[in-house]
Design a protein around this ligand. Structure first.
Ligand SMILES: [Zn+2]
Ligand SMILES: [Zn+2]
Length: 443
């Protein structure tokens, strides 16, 4: 309802404290959400009250302008809010050059409002951080978990980088806009939110092996709305509001989970490396990456296949091969990464010490690890869920050649210094088989 302040806190500190089992410090982001038919009127009113003197940079693109930006602009004008609308043409990509241009455009403004999904939100967040300007978000699709995350993904000289950032203070959501977003974006968001079903285990495993920093709080937060979208994924293509908004909330909490953990670990593990691999390879192969969430979906199936195989191994199946394996994989980097090789090698070397500890740590902790591995859902479970959203979910439909997927499966672990199921699987000798199984499942 316009006029009434109906914004609610997405997560409150007390609830987080109750759910934490690590005793560590969690930064609870203060994000307020106004959701409902009158959300954009509420935004205009809040703007008129808070920023009546400064002007507002309103950022969208041609698609999101049609979906929501035009309405927001009209409401702001009705309230006589001084506003500079910037509608990016076509299908913009969050490159460093474009991000810097938005920074220049936002100079002197009192507030940035981003109306859009991944790209527009990242551009707005980036400019907000750099210029120290408050940032509000108007999401237009349940396509990824970046609305509430404290990172942005920006392409720097062709390579996607994640930079620290701050989530928006306010999020204004019109459920009709979210529900009516393009189907492919809803499907991508469904795959992205399910990453947690494998990445949370990657985080547990890494923590069990090395630093013990795991906490159940982020996973408990994401679990909240889960049944609303997981019970009936076939209602996502039907545009069922309850299901699509459940998915959207799941994504908001998934972003919050990363902020609570102080790292992207709860929502991003080996399955995300697969997506990052394709994004990064674009500058070498010229192959345009698919939507983030859809690529992640293929990664989820690979991770599940890895876990299934690892769960079947005994301690005696593990060989002391860490050093050899590291050198062999490091030796392949130049042929896979060409001009990006030195950068990738730097990342991979950062985890060398931990990888070398696999020889002693994996056998030592195998019984506990196996207990974790066996709790991960099987690949078929995820393939079925994804297909129930109307996705064909094959490599050809995702635009990923078989060879490229296999290369991603065996090499993606070199691009980040985090330990994931891909590293454990390589060490245990099951990664190539899991890759072949995934190619089969997705054909
Ligand atoms: Zn905790
Ligand atoms: Zn993601």
């Amino acid at each position: 309802m316009a006029g009434a302040d109906n914004k609610h806190l997405l997560v409150d500190a007390k609830k987080c404290e109750a759910l934490c089992d690590c005793g560590g410090k969690h930064t609870v982001p203060v994000v307020r959400v106004a959701s409902g038919e009158g959300a954009y009127s509420q935004l205009a009113e809040d703007c008129a009250q808070t920023y009546s003197k400064g002007s507002v940079l309103l950022l969208d693109d041609e698609n999101t302008h049609r979906a929501a930006g035009a309405s927001v602009l009209e409401l702001l004008e009705q309230r006589s809010v001084e506003c500079r609308p910037v509608t990016l043409p076509g299908d913009p990509v969050a490159t460093e050059e474009l991000a810097e241009r938005i920074c220049d455009l936002s100079e002197g403004h009192g507030l940035i409002i981003a109306v859009g999904a991944g790209t527009i939100t990242d551009l707005g967040k980036y400019a907000s951080d750099k210029g120290g300007i408050p940032f509000w978000s108007v999401p237009t699709a349940p396509s990824m978990n970046g609305y509430t995350s404290s990172i942005v993904a920006i392409k720097v000289r062709g390579v996607k980088r994640t930079l620290p950032s701050r989530p928006p203070r306010f999020i204004y959501v019109d459920p009709d806009v979210i529900r009516d977003s393009p189907l492919e974006l809803r499907q991508a968001g469904f795959c992205d939110v399910l990453a947690k079903s494998v990445s949370d285990f990657d985080w547990r495993v890494e923590s069990l092996l090395f630093d013990g920093a795991y906490c159940s709080l982020p996973s408990a937060i994401v679990h909240g709305p889960e049944s609303r979208y997981l019970d009936h994924p076939e209602k996502i293509p039907q545009g069922d509001e309850e299901t699509v908004m459940g998915l959207f909330e799941g994504l908001l909490f998934s972003g919050i989970a990363m902020t609570l953990a102080g790292s992207s670990a709860p929502a991003s593990g080996g399955e995300h490396l697969i997506s990052h691999f394709f994004d990064m390879r674009e500058s070498l192969t010229g192959m345009k990456p698919n939507l983030h969430g859809l690529q992640v979906g293929a990664g989820v199936i690979l991770s599940a296949a890895c876990y299934r195989r690892l769960a079947g191994l005994e301690e005696r199946d593990l060989k002391a091969c860490a050093e050899n394996l590291f050198e062999t994989e490091a030796g392949r980097i130049p042929s896979v990464w060409g001009s990006l090789a030195s950068e990738v090698e730097q990342q991979f070397r950062k985890k060398r010490d931990r990888l070398l500890q696999f020889d002693s740590q994996l056998p030592l902790k195998w019984p506990q690890l196996r207990g974790l591995f066996s709790r991960v859902r099987k690949p078929d479970f995820f393939v079925d869920l994804f297909r129930r959203t109307g996705l064909e979910m094959t490599l050809p439909s995702l635009g990923i050649p078989k060879d490229e997927f296999t290369l991603a499966a065996v090499s993606a672990r070199t691009i980040r210094d985090r330990i994931t199921v891909l590293d454990i699987s390589a060490h245990a000798g099951v990664l190539e088989d899991a890759a072949a199984e995934t190619v089969e499942a997705l054909s």
